[in-house]
Design a protein around this ligand. Structure first.
Ligand SMILES: Cc1cc2nc3c(=O)[nH]c(=O)nc-3n(C[C@H](O)[C@H](O)[C@H](O)COP(=O)(O)OP(=O)(O)OC[C@H]3O[C@@H](n4cnc5c(N)ncnc54)[C@H](O)[C@@H]3O)c2cc1C
Length: 575
């Protein structure tokens, strides 16, 4: 063993990995309650992907809206796979969460009466997305960060968490390294939380930040713990054609219309009532179907048009200024003057680390891990089921992040104890770092990553079949082997991005395997998961969550867990 005297050991009441909305909301609550808390983040908190959220955050604030209607839309949008107790908690607490965010200093856009403005979003019966122009995530993240900072949170930024300490059913902290100098440390804690965001970078076309490599998913899985519903990936209908950079659903919410190359407003065929504001899975499939039928636009015919030119230019200039700038900068298209090219882009992971309604991580469908919490996009408390409604994710991250913080405070007050860590707890991660740094094989990390991403988009994307998924599984298995034979050129200890990207690729390969294995066993179509060979939803067999486990040789086995049903009986979705 590599027991390393160089490894520093920090002790905390609580350690949180991730400084997006979920991690910061929890950290703020813990620090305010006097708990010694460390936040570990590979980016500066304000660079977390939460800051890129554009369109809005849902709460039933409208005069003719209700939290029950918000619940119904969320459950229907989830294709009835969401756990209804968690949905009820989220929707009933949403208005209070908005007021809390406002008290923290978030400046929301206002309507003519001076109330918080709300706009329509897909799959929702009423306008309920509160927003700050088209920079909602940034407004929220800055406010929550400021308040957490004021409470005195301790942030270890530019630190990369690579392993957790898990023994006898209890998690007692994480192992991380300082990206500045490659020094490894153990963060020993009474309670630990993961809030590491999504894994959209698995796909060639995606809307996600470079950092969204889903590290914590495989960290958890490497310890034999399950991941839930990983087959459900959300493809957002409007990524800029070619790059996948997001054009928020706010563009359709404010009245944007979709056209194919024949000038047909094609949503009439797919969702005659909701049209462009059907839920994201429905609109994404419609776009891809038009492209497959040869009715796409753009140089390669892989996009469709979104047209906003009929809107009052003031709407674009005051409510969508950033979207306009993005389309001009990346595509040279000005939405004030012409339609812009968009295409479906990988956006969000509905699945993740399974938790109960109190954000405690599950060891199996019925057992919990001691001292371990997760919230935000990396978690699956299952409020989104098979498909997430736009503007429900920022809400989930903020609300369940706070909720996790409150539950961790409770656990600490009830006497959660510190199981002392030693430097030996860092051995597995130190070995991984040494192996990668000294690797002198023939394979290159960027090439393996590109092969993975191209394969995921082509074979585990909007449309899936057994044949395409088998092909992608074979590819991932061969990439996992080739990954053992990589070479990185940078051997230095200072800001070694070659090293970090190699570690991240390891995590991506493993979480991609969960997506594909889950998609293979789920022989039905539900929400974001569409099997062309099983095109209908099958509630008899598959109104269940998948719980997938990985062994040391990357073999994945699947068990099924119950969905928490409630007042909304599963029905066919129509739009
Ligand atoms: C372009 C875009 C627009 C969006 N718009 C909306 C919207 O309008 N409304 C909505 O509801 N949702 C939106 N979403 C989704 C939503 O923004 C995210 O799901 C949500 O913000 C995730 O928050 P989080 O706190 O879970 O994670 P993030 O904000 O992604 O933060 C993850 C944190 O984990 C840290 N981290 C990750 N791995 C490690 C590691 N190994 N070691 C240390 N630190 C690590 C990162 O540094 C970061 O601080 C959008 C997403 C995108 C990509």
């Amino acid at each position: 063993m590599n027991t390393n005297s160089d490894v520093k050991i920090y002790e905390y009441d609580a350690v949180i990995v991730g400084a997006g909305l979920a991690g910061l909301a929890a950290a703020k609550e813990l620090t305010a309650a006097g708990k010694k808390t460390a936040v570990i983040t590979k980016l500066h908190p304000l660079r977390s992907h939460s800051g890129a959220a554009q369109g809005g955050i849902n709460a039933a604030l409208g005069k003719d809206d209700s939290t029950e209607l918000h619940e119904f839309d969320t459950v229907k949008g989830s294709d009835y796979l969401a756990d209804q107790d968690a949905v009820e908690l989220m929707c009933t607490k949403a208005p209070e969460t908005i007021r809390w965010a406002e008290r923290m200093g978030t400046v929301f856009s206002r309507d003519e009466e001076g109330d918080i403005a709300i706009r329509p979003f897909g799959g929702q019966s009423k306008p309920r997305a509160c927003y700050a122009k088209d920079r909602t995530g940034l407004a929220l993240l800055q406010a929550i960060y400021e308040q957490a900072f004021r409470e005195g949170i301790e942030v270890f930024d530019e630190w990369y968490a690579g392993d957790m300490i898990y023994k006898d059913g209890k998690v007692s902290g994480v192992v991380a390294y300082d990206i500045r100098n490659s020094k490894v440390a153990v963060f020993n804690a009474k309670v630990t939380m993961f809030a590491t965001g999504g894994n959209g970078r698995l796909y060639r076309f995606n809307s996600n930040a470079h950092a969204n490599t889903g590290d914590s998913l495989s960290i958890v899985a490497r310890h034999g713990l399950p991941l839930e519903d990983m087959e459900f990936v959300q493809f957002h209908p409007s990524g800029l054609g070619g790059s996948g950079i997001l054009i928020s659903e706010a563009a359709r919410g404010e009245g944007g219309r979709l056209y194919n190359s024949l000038g047909e407003r094609f949503m009439e065929k797919y969702a005659p009532n909701a049209m462009e504001l059907a839920s994201r899975d429905v609109v994404s499939r419609a776009i891809m179907e038009e492209v497959r039928q040869g009715r796409g636009v753009g140089k390669d015919g892989q996009s469709v048009n979104i047209d906003l030119t009929h809107l009052d230019p003031q709407i674009i200039l005051t409510r969508l200024p950033e979207l306009r700038e993005l389309a001009i900068a990346f595509q040279g298209q000005d939405m004030l003057k012409e339609p812009i090219h968009i295409s479906a882009t990988a956006h969000y992971s509905m699945g993740g680390i399974p938790t109960n309604i109190n954000c405690q991580v599950r060891k199996s469908p019925t057992e919990l891990v001691e001292g371990f919490y997760a919230a935000g996009e990396c978690a699956c408390v299952s409020v989104h089921g098979a498909n997430r409604l736009g503007a429900n994710s920022v809400l989930e991250a903020l609300l369940f992040g706070r909720h996790a913080g409150e539950n961790m405070i409770k656990a600490l007050d009830e006497g959660a104890s510190l199981r002392k860590a030693t430097a030996a707890d860092a051995d597995t991660f130190v070995e991984e770092l040494t192996r990668i740094k000294t690797s002198n094989g023939t394979e290159r990390v960027p090439e393996l990553r590109t092969e993975l991403q191209n394969g995921m988009t082509a074979d585990a994307g909007v449309f899936r079949t057994k044949e395409s998924l088998d092909r992608q599984l074979k590819l991932i298995n061969s990439l996992l082997k080739r990954f053992k034979n990589i070479r990185i050129d940078d051997k230095s200890k200072t800001f070694n991005t070659d090293l970090q990207e190699a570690i991240e690729l390891g995590h991506m390969l493993e979480s991609a395997k969960f997506v594909v294995e889950g998609a293979l066993v789920r022989e039905e179509s539900r929400g974001g998961h569409y099997r062309e060979d099983f095109p209908t939803r099958d509630d008899k067999k598959f109104l269940k969550h998948t719980y997938a486990y990985m062994d040391k040789d990357y073999n994945v086995s699947i068990e099924w867990g119950d969905v928490v049903l409630g007042k909304f009986e599963p029905k066919e979705r129509t739009y």
